[in-house]
Design a protein around this ligand. Structure first.
Ligand code: NDP
Length: 364
């Protein structure tokens, strides 16, 4: 018997108020033929996980009594890295020791162990398998546990909608210093696409811009003030002209006037994808951009795009894994805390309250 813990909620509210620990037993001797028993290696706390607990996120985990409770409840968390402990007699896609990530969102990753259908997990090469396959290195636990949202978001936004010509074309993004922004910058460099990153004005702008160029391969980095300046546009046009391409794609995670200025820099028929709203301001686009430049503004939600397209998810993940294994992609660092075996919900609640210090990752 394995004694497992999960961080659960039956009612919505502030995480500190509604999350609790549910302890349950997993019988290893009684495993369904198509099921697997998995052990969690790590699971992060993402802002959208908290929004789910609060009840303000459009995608929600189903509340069930599957863990043997009287009241239906959901397990928190969407991203996570797992190790296969045992496979059912019909399962061929996994063997003991393999690494896996959830096939879909809403799996409930804030738990020590789970029993699930093998189809609910996708295989990820573990470090021994990467080395045996001749790769330079294996994935770290942080890279595996955080692969499903930010890196996939950046790759898909850059590749799924607009054909950007390597060596010539550009994309522009605000929130250039965000985790998604840094992935987008690195991936565009790997694809040979030029990047123009807008970041908020700050006293150490030169230092941050230099870091984005040197460490992440950004082509140009500008401030929000420069983004909003009509005079500075001439400089941007000069950079773009030098490469013989166009700014065909804009990635917007800020909204407000930052997004208006991003859209203004797009070329004819350009596309702006809005994937976040950090400023809580609406996206407002000048009418002339629509009429005379045929600029399109659309939304991007990785959950919706990949929900019914597992082939695309696998293909995208394979690409990110390959770059990690070759040491060509840097992950976004997390603040890692190892679970000490005590009360799991207490652990997560403490990590949630530390979220301002960076992305929290609970390891096991
Ligand atoms: P991070 O926490 O790494 O970065 C947040 C960024 O937002 C920072 O660069 C910060 O700038 C900037 N920022 C914060 N407040 C403001 C503001 N008021 N005005 C302008 N910029 C601001 O976030 P992530 O990279 O993890 O996520 C970025 C956004 O993308 C989030 O909104 C997230 O929910 C969303 N997202 C959406 C997905 C989708 O499928 N739609 C998938 C993944 C993420 P600074 O550096 O100056 O502090």
């Amino acid at each position: 018997m394995i004694t497992a813990q999960a961080v659960v909620f039956s009612d919505h509210g502030e995480p500190g108020d509604v999350l609790s620990t549910h302890t349950y037993e997993i019988n290893e001797e009684n495993l369904d033929a198509n099921s697997i028993i998995i052990k969690t290696l790590a699971s992060p706390i993402n802002p959208s996980d908290l929004n789910q607990v609060q009840g303000v996120y459009p995608s929600q985990p189903e509340k069930t009594t599957a863990l043997g409770t009287e009241k239906p409840l959901a397990v928190g968390g969407n991203e996570g890295l797992f190790q296969i402990l045992k496979v059912g007699s019909n399962v061929t896609k996994f063997k003991e020791g393999d690494w896996a990530v959830p096939t879909s969102v809403n799996f409930g990753t804030w738990r020590t162990h789970a029993v699930c259908d093998a189809e609910q997990m996708m295989k990820l090469r573990n470090p021994e398998q990467s080395l045996a396959d001749g790769k330079k290195q294996g994935l770290t636990v942080n890279q595996g546990a955080t692969i499903c949202v930010n890196p996939l978001t950046a790759y898909l936004m850059l590749t799924h909608y607009v054909k950007l010509t390597s060596g010539k074309d550009w994309f522009i993004q605000n929130g250039g210093n965000s985790a998604v922004g840094k992935f987008a910058t690195q991936i565009s460099r790997l694809l040979g696409i030029n990047s123009l990153s807008v970041i908020r004005d700050r006293p150490n702008f030169d230092e941050v811009a230099e870091n984005l160029k040197k460490e992440y391969g950004a082509t140009q980095v500008i401030t929000e003030e420069q983004n909003n300046s009509r005079d500075f546009n001439a400089e941007v046009k000069k950079w773009v002209k030098e490469t013989g391409g166009e700014i065909k794609l804009g990635l917007n995670c800020v909204g407000g006037k930052s997004s208006t200025a991003v859209a203004r820099k797009l070329g004819q028929n350009g596309l702006m994808l809005t994937y976040g709203g950090m400023s809580f301001q609406p996206v407002i686009l000048p009418t002339s951009l629509h009429i005379f430049k045929n600029v399109t503004s659309a939304g991007f939600w990785v959950t919706a795009l990949l929900k019914n397209d597992l082939e695309l998810k696998q293909k995208t993940m394979d690409k990110i894994v390959e770059w990690y294994e070759e040491g060509q992609l840097k992950d976004a660092a997390s603040v890692e805390t190892k679970f000490d075996g005590s009360d799991l919900a207490k652990f997560y609640k403490e990590a949630i309250s530390n979220s301002k210090e960076g992305k929290q990752l609970i390891t096991y």
